[in-house]
Design a protein around this ligand. Structure first.
Ligand code: NI
Length: 257
């Protein structure tokens, strides 16, 4: 049994063959798929897909590159959506200093508001951190979301991983684990406690090496699990079982499925 805890199945890249993508995910043994939101329209689409497919769940949130969308009305809508039985998290939220579409202070304001929302809703958070490691950790240390934190597509160094793991955060790992040049990332995920690792695809992006050049999709999470098993010297079954159990614990599926 496998899970993909982060994919954008609602994006238009899947419009032509979404049904086939879900079928291939089922055939690959995926028990759960989580679609995070990036803006309000995406959140609504994610919830609609969660209603349509039994294995699909949604998270709702406004991405730092779209933080101008987070008006009081939008925040109220997110609050409402967060009550949906298939909404299992708040995200993706955080800080992006690579694109820097909004100023750091605007991004931090939206980030804080959504962390508070997560605490009110009792939901864990999915963090987007691009070139903003210390800024993200500063906000998270100050607010400390109670229901859990995953650093999606973790890209920090060993010191940041250690600090995050000590705070009880989960590290999300995707296709880059399989890229030839990423020895440091592999060393980090070989050493991290397995119980704090979540596997993701970030589809349609971050396609694993074996499928590079193609659009990524949830079924490809198996390549991430295989690489995780290989670098830790454990079986594929052990890696799959552990990461599925982690996702169930993180998203509260023991009590909600
Ligand atoms: Ni994403």
């Amino acid at each position: 049994m496998l899970v993909d805890t982060h994919c954008h199945l609602d994006f238009e890249q899947f419009d032509a063959d979404r049904e086939a993508v879900v079928e291939r995910a089922r055939a690959a043994g995926l028990a759960r798929i989580v679609i995070p939101g990036v803006d309000l329209a995406a959140c609504r689409r994610a919830v609609a897909l969660a209603e349509r497919y039994p294995e699909v769940y949604a998270a709702v949130g406004v991405h730092p590159n779209d933080a101008q969308e987070l008006t009081p009305a939008a925040l109220a809508e997110l609050k409402d959506l967060a009550k949906h039985p298939k909404v299992v998290g708040i995200g993706e939220i955080g800080i992006d200093l690579y694109w820097r579409k909004l100023s750091l202070s605007e991004q931090v304001d939206a980030f804080r508001a959504q962390l508070r929302l997560a605490d009110e809703a009792g939901r864990p958070v999915i963090i987007h951190d691009r070139d903003a490691h210390s800024e993200v950790m500063a906000v998270l240390s100050e607010i400390r979301p109670a229901a859990g934190v995953v650093l999606h597509a973790f890209s920090g160094d060993a010191a940041m991983a250690e600090a995050a793991l000590r705070l009880g955060f989960y590290l999300g790992v995707d296709g880059p684990l399989t890229y030839k040049k990423n020895e440091a990332l592999r060393a980090l995920f070989a050493a991290a406690p397995l119980e704090q690792v979540l596997v993701e695809t970030d589809a349609p992006y971050l396609t694993p090496q074996a499928r590079r050049g193609q659009r990524n999709e949830p079924a490809h999470v198996q390549y991430v699990v295989d690489k995780l098993a290989e670098i830790r010297g454990i079986s594929r079954e052990t890696a799959a079982e552990a990461t599925t159990r982690n996702a169930a614990r993180f998203f509260g599926w023991e009590w909600r499925s």
